[in-house]
Design a binder for this molecule. Structure first.
Ligand SMILES: [Zn+2]
Length: 284
């Protein structure tokens, strides 16, 4: 699909719902599904989180030692259901929902990429579910690690109010993942965390790969994908799966969306030199 066409669809979709495009929300059509990338937070990140980058590469790609960081969530709307992928810190997300005319009790399911605080912050407040009707989906490995092995209090608290509406699954590797729910495949991308999961959205032959935290610092990790960050539980595994997913996106021309890619946070990937090049939606 040509970018001009996608842009046309984006803006017609925006017009349909009366939402103005600005630097905090992007609407992207995948067949019958409308996907909104919602910016939760923008700021400055420190290059000190990068592992294994040479001085020369740091100076080249992260001049000054800082980069523009961002945290996003995604909302997927079909004619019969509303899904969220992650919940950010639980701040701007709720303003975005209001602007979209969506009440939190209309959200049918929350799909979690992993259980870090910047992805589950919107699940609960004061022990109450902020999405009272929603089911929560996450990888079994992720739930086990954070609620049993590592016993992270925030992760336990985030899931607790959802009780029996928390559903776990075993994500499959790229290319062999079955549908978790209609139109959505859950793909194993362990490394950033032990159960880190990507969600591929598909409708009418069009696809979008929501890749969660496969990458944190796009300025250096597209050209040098072997570089991981200190947040990665297993930096080596994170680097290996990052390259595999990038190859998949290039070879299959599947657009990608990321929770820490800068606005518009959605685009395509091509091979370039030893690494990759990201072309954000709109061709900037
Ligand atoms: Zn994150």
């Amino acid at each position: 699909m040509k970018w001009e066409l996608i842009y046309g669809i984006v803006y017609s979709a925006v017009a349909v719902h009366g939402v103005r495009a600005d630097a905090s929300m992007v609407t992207y059509q995948v067949g019958d599904l409308e996907v909104h990338l919602l910016v939760e937070q923008q700021g400055q990140g420190s290059g000190s989180i990068l592992l294994g980058a040479s001085e020369g590469n740091l100076n080249r790609y992260i001049p000054g030692g800082t980069y523009q960081s961002e945290t996003n969530t995604l909302l997927i709307r079909s004619p019969d259901r509303i899904l969220l992928v992650d919940t950010g810190f639980g701040g701007a997300l709720f303003d975005h929902l209001t602007r979209l005319g969506i009440d939190p009790d209309q959200v049918d399911a929350v799909l979690l990429t992993h259980l870090h605080g910047d992805h589950i912050g919107g699940l609960q407040t004061a022990g109450k579910a902020r999405f009272p009707r929603a089911s929560v989906y996450l990888a079994q490995q992720e739930k086990t690690y954070w609620t049993e092995t590592a016993r992270n209090r925030a992760a336990v608290a985030a899931l607790a109010p959802y009780g029996s509406r928390v559903h776990t699954f075993l994500p499959a590797p790229l290319g062999s993942a079955e549908e978790l729910i209609p139109g959505i495949r859950a793909i194993a991308a362990f490394g950033h965390t032990p159960g880190h999961t990507l969600y591929q959205v598909e409708s009418k032959g069009q696809k979008l790969l929501i890749w969660g935290d496969l990458m944190h610092v796009q300025d250096i990790q597209f050209p040098l994908p072997g570089i991981s960050v200190s947040y990665d539980t297993d930096p080596q595994a994170a680097g290996a799966i990052r390259k595999q997913v990038l190859d998949y996106a290039v070879q299959n021309k599947v657009p990608i969306a990321g929770m820490h890619l800068r606005y518009p946070g959605i685009g395509t990937v091509t091979a370039e030199g030893e690494g990759y090049r990201f072309s954000p939606l709109g061709g900037r």
